[in-house]
Design a protein around this ligand. Structure first.
Ligand SMILES: Nc1ncnc2c1ncn2[C@@H]1O[C@H](COP(=O)(O)OP(=O)(O)O)[C@@H](O)[C@H]1O
Ligand SMILES: [Mg+2]
Length: 294
């Protein structure tokens, strides 16, 4: 399943949400969540984590390999049945271009150079075969205004999460302008929903009303500690409320990070998106489009 996360303006926290979403994805032995940073304006993940990309890892190598690849890779189940160890990775050529972030999340970072990144996103939107080889792929599309290379990528997703700050007037106007185009993605089998970032006094129903009836799937709270964790910085909680939440969480679940509001919101959103794959409506609708186009 491909879940794309994008914004329409500003920097509302797309990379942070996409990272947290992939990290919180409900995993199974055959599901290795992968974060693909396909931001045409250049990537942040490699610099956040001090990672150097060689010729075999990252978005540029993924785009080149995807252009050259056969469209139908064998499934992880087929590799498992053939007795291959680490079948989850073997069945996912996408993983060959990934690096491992601290904490274990596999990620395909974009180059920081916007020229290189833009070319790679463009190529990937034209040949998304390898992107589709993942079982659970979260794609950070960055800004995806209509007509951009990022917007073209959204068409290959099963679900698209549009992160927006409708509490800000400029962002609300941009959302109203772009919503009809986003809503039309549903005709191609892409489920589209909103994640509301920042302080927004409007109810979900009001936000939906200005956004061509797109549903609000999540509210993403400000969370300095969670955002720092996602950037690879470990910052101890300073607010009393956070410290109490951390203490309580440790008492119940020593490994839990869910006391962080960003992590908790991302986990709920990941579970919602994972449910879509069970319902299977997105791929069903896309298959119908592909069959009728054939
Ligand atoms: N929920 C959040 N709470 C607090 N800070 C955040 C949150 N999400 C992101 N940030 C911070 O905001 C800045 C921009 O976030 P980023 O994820 O890079 O945005 P984008 O990908 O939309 O440009 C980063 O410094 C990040 O750590
Ligand atoms: Mg970003």
């Amino acid at each position: 399943m491909i879940v794309a996360v994008c914004s329409l303006s500003g920097a509302p926290g797309v990379t942070s949400l996409a990272t947290a979403l992939a990290a919180c994805w409900p995993s199974t032995p055959l599901t290795v969540p992968v974060l693909v940073e396909a931001d045409a304006s250049g990537g942040d993940i490699a610099s956040w984590h001090g990672i150097g990309l060689d010729g075999d890892t990252g978005l540029v190598s993924l785009a080149a390999a995807s252009r050259a690849s056969a469209p139908v890779p064998a499934s992880a189940e087929a590799w498992a049945q053939a007795g291959v160890q680490d079948a989850a990775s073997a069945g996912v050529p996408l993983l060959r271009h990934a690096v491992e972030l601290p904490g274990g999340l596999r990620a395909v970072p974009a180059p920081a150079d916007p020229l290189e990144a833009g070319r790679a996103v463009d190529a990937l939107a034209r040949s998304p075969h390898l992107l589709k080889s993942g079982r659970a792929t979260v794609v950070d599309v960055g800004r995806a205004v209509p007509g951009s290379a990022g917007a073209a990528l959204l068409r290959h997703a099963d679900a698209a999460v549009v992160l927006t700050e409708p509490g800000d007037l400029g962002s609300a106007v941009r959302l109203r302008m772009c919503a009809p185009v986003l809503a039309s993605l549903r005709q191609e089998g892409v489920r589209v929903g909103l994640a509301v970032a920042g302080a927004c006094p409007h109810a979900d129903s009001e936000v939906s009303r200005v956004a061509s009836a797109l549903p609000v799937w999540a509210r993403i709270p400000r969370d300095e500690v969670g955002a720092a964790l996602v950037r690879g910085e470990h910052r101890a909680p300073t607010r009393l409320r956070d410290r109490v939440a951390a203490w309580r969480s440790r008492y119940r679940d020593p490994d839990g990070l869910e006391w962080m509001p960003l992590v908790r919101a991302a986990k709920a959103l990941a579970e919602l998106c994972d449910d879509f794959s069970g319902i299977g409506m997105a791929s069903g609708a896309r298959n119908a489009v592909e069959v009728s186009a054939a």
